[in-house]
Design a protein around this ligand. Structure first.
Ligand code: AMP
Ligand code: GLY
Length: 423
């Protein structure tokens, strides 16, 4: 079969890498892809949110299945347009993807179906939001309603930060239309875990757990990023916790979405806070996480095409899904200055030396004058799998050290939380 993967980051490289292992796959295209993906797939120069051009390409090239990585084309209705044209697409329809595209919608569904989450209020104007924050006090969390590339959440520990967050979102519109509404949320304390799951609209099957590292620097310091590394499994997510999450969160979410006429087919990602009162939902995403996809897919033993087909055909319940008991760790190598401004076009040295059980997934890379150069903030996701989390951490860092480019920056403590918990 011919597969089209939409996107060009580390997550999409991991998807292409896994799909390429399927005996069912003859050819993979990726739009737009990156320098690493180009070794496994034919990269097409179409932006991941250019739905018209993607559809045109898929029709002309008789693509058998399209797999969508990022959220923007999903919330813009890519899956609906492809389905109307009779094309198979792995990724939720627009109405289902809105669970990520609108935080207020996600909250309304959680409230209606009694899914545990932080208390919140929605505001369409700054003055009442400010008044409310003054009443409840800090710490408090201020969120823009719409998509803001992972930057629309401000954790305010003091009143000045909280009030200026409201002004930035509602008056200065720093996140554009995403800030037409804002949420003020109770601050939750605990440990975070990402639970990704496959769903065919009725049945939901969680994947192995993972944990992201959102802050730019060690010990969770510095600004929020798209994610500086991830590991799987997350020890905080015990077997008992997994049962609670399935029963109280994942299944009611999928049932609730179905009851609302928003039947969800694809990967749903629940960002959870494990609090002393149990797991609570921080956010939903309508796709694989990035970088969580890299360690999670490295542990997947079943053919991903088989799983995706059973999702699309509504027979996920009968599908066997096997995971390696080994641990996997992904360390993100970023451009100096990320998540702020950074330079591009730096030559990357030391690639192609992957040891066994490890793989350098490309994110922001490009080919220029036959050399591989940096072209984004997150450049590579060096991922390793090994018997224990300790071994996977050492293996990932050993591989990361072989790679170099001007200004390279990475956290040295990816996975440290998992080790602390085990001790
Ligand atoms: P979100 O995009 O909604 O997941 O928020 C981004 C990050 O902000 C999360 O991964 C958490 O680290 C943090 N966060 C979001 N909501 C809360 C909350 N209610 N309490 C504490 N931290 C939060
Ligand atoms: N790693 C967080 C996300 O993919 O949203």
């Amino acid at each position: 079969m011919k597969v089209l993967v939409v996107g060009g980051g580390g997550r999409e490289h991991a998807l292409v890498w896994k799909l390429a292992q399927s005996p069912k796959v003859d050819k993979i295209f990726c739009a737009p892809g990156n320098a690493g993906i180009a070794r496994l797939a034919e990269c097409i120069d179409i932006a991941s949110d250019d739905i018209n051009a993607l559809l045109d390409f898929a029709v002309k090239n008789r693509i058998d299945m399209t797999v969508v990585g990022p959220e923007a084309p999903l919330t813009a209705g890519l899956a609906d347009r492809f389905a109307e044209a009779g094309l198979k697409v792995f990724g939720p329809a627009k109405r289902a993807a809105e669970i990520e595209g609108s935080k207020t919608l996600a909250k309304e569904i959680m409230e209606k179906y009694q899914i545990p989450t932080a208390k919140y209020r929605v505001f369409t104007e700054a003055a009442p939001a400010i008044e409310y924050i003054k009443k409840i006090g800090v710490p408090v969390v201020v969120k823009a309603d719409g998509l803001a590339a992972g930057k629309g959440v401000i954790i305010a520990e003091d009143m000045d930060t909280a009030l200026s967050a409201v002004k930035q979102i509602m008056e200065e519109k720093v996140f554009g239309a995403a800030g037409n509404k804002l949420l003020v949320e109770e601050f939750l304390e605990g440990e975070e875990v990402s639970v990704l799951a496959f769903s065919d609209g009725t049945c939901v099957v969680p994947m192995v757990s993972s944990q992201d590292h959102k802050r730019a620097y060690d010990n969770d310091q510095g600004p929020n990023t798209g994610g500086m590394g991830a590991y799987s499994p997350a020890p905080v997510y015990t077997t008992e916790m997994a049962e609670i999450v399935l029963e109280k969160i994942l299944q009611p979410t999928i049932d609730g979405l179905k009851a609302e006429g928003r039947t969800y087919r694809g990967v749903i990602y629940a960002g959870l806070m494990i609090t002393k009162d149990g797991p609570k939902v921080l956010e939903y995403n309508a796709r694989f996480g990035d970088p969580e996809a890299q360690p999670v897919l490295m542990r997947l033993e079943t053919d991903l095409v088989d799983i995706m087909e059973s999702v699309l055909e509504g027979r996920l319940k009968q599908q066997e899904i096997c995971w390696s008991p080994e641990a996997a760790v992904c360390v993100v190598l970023a451009s100096g200055g990320y998540p702020g401004t950074y330079e591009k076009g730096k030559e990357i040295f030391g690639l192609n030396q992957n040891g066994p059980g490890s793989y350098a997934f490309h994110a922001g890379t490009a080919i220029k004058d036959a050399k591989i150069v940096t072209s984004g903030g997150r450049v590579l996701g060096v991922t390793a799998r090994s018997a224990s989390i300790e071994d996977a951490i050492s293996a990932a860092y050993k591989e990361a050290e072989k790679i170099n480019f001007a200004g390279v920056h990475y956290r040295r403590d990816i996975g440290a939380k998992a080790l602390n918990r085990k001790r």
